[in-house]
Unconditional design. Structure first.
Length: 119
């Protein structure tokens, strides 16, 4: 059974940091790229970052480039999203997903974790 489980969300003040985790099971991380997305109320789901299954190549949306860093630990079957300099507009439900190719198409979604940025 394929599962992606996000954790690490919560309330953080503007300018603060969080690290989200995506624990995967039921498939080998050697095959799928893992991406992070977010969706704020009333907005479309936004692709933020992705890390390849092969060489660890990464891509970032302009909205998070320089503030967010994606990494993976294949031994722990976990992908992380390190978020720094958080802004109120970063508040959303954050999802991880298993993607075919280099972040071309999502095959599996996690259930999401809420991030709130507020003072």
């Amino acid at each position: 059974q394929v599962q992606l489980v996000e954790s690490g969300g919560g309330l953080v003040q503007p300018g603060g940091s969080l690290r989200l985790s995506c624990a995967v099971s039921g498939f080998t991380m050697d095959y799928y790229a893992i991406g992070w997305f977010r969706q704020a109320p009333g907005k479309e789901r936004e692709a933020l970052s992705c890390i390849s299954s092969s060489d660890g190549s990464t891509i970032y949306a302009d909205s998070v480039k320089g503030r967010f860093t994606i990494s993976r630990d294949n031994a722990k079957n976990t992908v992380y999203l390190h978020m720094n300099s958080l802004k109120p507009e970063d508040a959303a439900v954050y999802y991880c997903a298993a993607e075919v190719g280099f972040c071309l198409r999502v095959e599996y979604w996690g259930q999401g974790t809420q991030v709130t940025v507020s003072s």
